[in-house]
Design a protein around this ligand. Sequence first.
Ligand code: NAD
Length: 495
Amino acid sequence: MTEAAARPTRFDNVIGGATRPATSGATLPSIDPSTGVDWAAIPRSGGPDVDLAVAAARTAFDTRWRSLRAAERGRHLRRLADAIDEHAGELAALETRDNGRIISETTTFDLPACSEMLRYFAGAADKISGDTVEVGPTSFNFTRREAIGVVGVIVPWNAPLSIACAKLGAALAAGNTVVLKPAEQASCSLLRLGQVAVEAGLPDGVINVVAGLGEEAGDALVTHPGVGRITFTGSTETAQVVAARAAGTLKPLHFELGGKSPNIVFADADLDLAAVGVSTMSVFTGNAGQTCIAGSRILIESSIFDDMVDRISKEAANVVLGAPMDPTTTMGPIVSAEQFDRVTGYIDLGPTEGAAMVCGGGRGAGLFAPGSPLAGGYYVEPTLFTSSRPDLRVCQEEIFGPVTVAIPFRDEADAVRIANGTRYGLAAGVWTRDLARAHRLIRDLQVGSVWVNTYRRIHWALPFGGTKASGFGRDSGWESILENTQLKTAWIDLP
Ligand code: NAD
């Protein structure tokens, strides 16, 4: 906190190893969501800044990065991981200040994950290989996995550092250079990460960070002819715009998008474990429900419905809403006024379409003592609805806040039908002691990740991504490295 507070509250782009403001000089305010106060200025970059960043990334690719020995690329990634560890306190505090993610999460989960995942990718850098293919006796045929060139990385505001590090690690290990566009609501930790990379000795231009609005800097990156691939995490609606705008240059796209992920609780489950798993672990604490994998639907077997709803409300009552920098806080604010309006809009919508509010619903200044600085923050209470109508909007649409809805089901087939009955397909949790049932659900759920008797467990070695409107392609794991390469086929005649 002190380290971060001592830094100037102005952050600049990092392009070609140098920090620089937007060429226009324009800035955007960064708002502290715990108080509603403008605390930092970030560049409002546009096309000219993206042009400079892409040129720097291309130069670094052509003159340095692509011709480095793979093991040397790995060593650079390890040095970056070490530098992140050295600056972990500062980076965690910046991210918490900027997006309201609680300090206990940024320090114990995000920052250690960032450096560990970079070490995973560092180890992978010299293990990328093609195949030899037996076609016939008169030719030698093989494939090469080659770097694409400049990769455009676009990330959302909810977990900037860890999402960016997964994408950077895979892209750089595969031999690409990167232009990173953070979300305008939370850019500071990534602008600082760009400087840390330079200080760690990463060659100039290998990581460039350009902040600005999505429709300006983001669009310039998506449409840039010098960018060979876009990896994007954000909303389904923005992805549709990105896909249309990228069509002109036919770039490969990777989309990690929204979700309406179900937690499915069977009567034979360990209900104490499940009550924590489907509430605090899934949707109430972790980033105030602002995670793509938030368990925003809880499907409960009818025979235990009332009991589980009661248990979940008790868990909600134990949530400590407060300042994200306070280590005793278990749930912080919503990221912005706009997102606050969206979340509270859904809370108000639920009862009008027939959902019953069991607990929560409170928001804003009324949650704190008069005069508290937090009264200006974007706080929302953990909120639980019940409904037997899976077609309601609160059961179908991504709310992206600490709001969930409990829905009863009759039997396994009914649970699978309801679980698969949204446009999304990101993740699901299954709570049961029946191993055969767990396997059947893993098979039948149309999602990218299934957790059994746990939830929200992500690891850099495990591919992560969605199906349906939750996207395509994968972050993390070996697949994410392969997706950052292009395949070349060679045929040598052997006359
Ligand atoms: P968003 O789609 O509004 O913005 C994401 C990023 O896209 C930001 O950097 C933004 O500036 C940029 N952007 C916006 N318009 C653009 C355009 N026209 N061209 C290029 N870039 C543009 O999403 P958000 O509100 O920042 O984040 C919330 C969403 O992200 C939720 O839907 C959530 O589910 C999703 N998300 C998904 C994952 C995942 O891994 N699946 C993880 C975190 C968040």
